[in-house]
Design a protein around this ligand. Structure first.
Ligand code: NAD
Length: 275
């Protein structure tokens, strides 16, 4: 899995998603992260085809929407929308209904060659363990909210122990902490942007990132993270911003429970306030 990908959560289907994917591929990204619940797979597929970049060079992830029933049937629909024979990674988007029920269907999707690998998302250490124990094939990836403010050291260690790659969503804090003064000061000293510092913090420890933007200049900026490095001291300074307490949980609270939906989250992750 390439360490840098483009995420397209909340990028509207149509021209905006097509442009974002095109600009990312032009900037050298070779990894796109979409989901059934993002409703923009068809635009991702169109942009991939129009780019002329060979299919085998691009790592494509989509996610099973656990509000639905059948991972195989839903992946077949995704592939039709994407115009692909297979995705590189298919992940259970969140553990709604418990961590294990969808896994046999995910394994079938892999066996049938519809997904080259399968994984999970928003699974804490205990949930990950349940899937590994119950399944025939372990998840390759656990995609979770991960950045210096949500370092989740316990979960990272649990993934490492089990040979599961932790992949970061929210690596740019969904825009919320980009202006943090410690990050800004470090960025200024390095002659980099705060976004580049946050992304570098993750990739330097081998954690793949999938930053999202609809703006070309930001997509390009977010891709320029392989020509500088953070010192050990700089990395541990960022580590100390952690507010997760080194947790091995994936989330501060589930957004899919009836209580969360009634609380106004409308059953989906909080929106990025800015683009
Ligand atoms: P993110 O942390 O990537 O933040 C994106 C926001 O950061 C943008 O909306 C914008 O406000 C800001 N931003 C982007 N580039 C910037 C720059 N260069 N300078 C300043 N601000 C900048 O948040 P995200 O989109 O929630 O997460 C990234 C991707 O992860 C998503 O698009 C999606 O593919 C995936 N994701 C997965 C889950 C999951 O449950 N598995 C949940 C959320 C997101």
């Amino acid at each position: 899995m390439p360490l840098l990908g483009l995420g397209v959560y909340l990028v509207p289907d149509g021209e905006e998603t097509e442009n974002a994917v095109r600009w990312a591929l032009e900037a050298g990204y070779r990894h796109i992260d979409t989901a059934q619940a993002y409703y923009n797979e068809a635009s991702v597929g169109r942009a991939l085809r129009a780019s002329g970049v060979p299919r085998e060079e691009v790592f494509v992830t989509t996610k099973f929407n656990p509000r639905l029933e059948d991972p195989v049937a839903e992946l077949e629909r995704s592939l039709e929308r994407l115009g692909l024979d297979a995705v590189d990674l298919y992940i259970v988007h969140w553990p709604q209904g418990g961590p294990v029920w969808a896994w046999p269907g995910m394994e079938r999707a892999r066996e049938r060659g519809l997904a080259r690998s399968i994984g999970v998302s928003n699974f804490g250490a205990a949930e990950l363990e349940e899937v590994i124990v119950a399944g025939e094939v372990p998840p390759t990836v656990n995609q979770v909210k991960f950045n210096p403010f949500y370092f989740r050291r316990g979960l990272l260690e649990a993934c490492e122990r089990r040979g599961v790659a932790l992949e970061a969503w929210g690596s740019l804090t969904q825009g919320n902490e980009i202006d943090d003064s410690a990050v800004a000061a470090l960025a200024k000293r390095l002659g980099r942007s705060p976004a580049q510092v946050l992304l570098r913090w993750a990739v330097q420890r081998g954690v793949p990132v999938i930053p999202k933007s609809r703006r070309r200049e930001r997509i390009v900026e977010n891709g320029r993270i392989f020509d500088f490095a953070l010192s050990e001291e700089e990395t541990s300074g960022l580590d100390r911003l952690d507010r997760s307490g080194g947790t091995d949980a994936a989330l501060e609270g589930p957004w899919w429970t009836p209580a969360a939906v009634a609380g106004g989250l409308a059953g989906r992750p909080p929106r990025s306030p800015r683009d």
